[in-house]
Design a binder for this molecule. Sequence first.
Ligand SMILES: [Zn+2]
Length: 236
Amino acid sequence: MNAAVLPARLARGRLLGTGGLGNNAPAPKLNLVLGHPGTCPAEPTLTICIFDDSGSMLGGADSTGERYTEAGIVFDRISRSCRCDREKAAILHMNRPTSADRAPLALNRRARSDFAGALTVPTDGDGASTMGATLEKALQIARAHPSHRTALLCFSDFELTDTPARLAADLAAFPGDVHAVVMRSEPPQELLNQEAITITRIAAGAAPGAVARALFHTLTIHRPGAAANARNRTSS
Ligand SMILES: [Zn+2]
């Protein structure tokens, strides 16, 4: 069933622009239309984000150069709408641990500055094009939170040194919703073959908002009444 959703998701990835923003719109004033964030879930949730900071990403796959700006806007939006301590998020950068990684923190107002400091290219990152070790860390975090409904979101061009079939299988086996956001490149066939993985492709030159909407979708996937959930139900 998920396989049938893929083409729509891919198309949606390309269509995730916001009207009225010219190419020269200043980044800090991105006017992103994200929809309703919904309400706090009754059960504890955990979203783990993996960011690829390898040379191919910094050199062009993040075609708008604004992925962290957009991610910051989304984290801020959700954290301001959260009234509980049950929604957690963690941020991991590839490949080895960095100062911009964050263990699971409650995604509410108190952690806003913590998340803001994590949504950047780490100054001490190794820039490796390898996801495997970071995925293993995400798995450990998920296993340490067995009572949480978990989602994993990976931002990468998937031009990686990992064995493609192995990486795709490991992603698909992750205990929770898995969303691969493929920036610039065509999604690897090994990824497309895994029905358990939701894929959004963000093409080169995509209008501002594509990264934000992909992140918003996953951060609100367990929030009742969220716009992303409503869209999901009607399209699948
Ligand atoms: Zn909440």
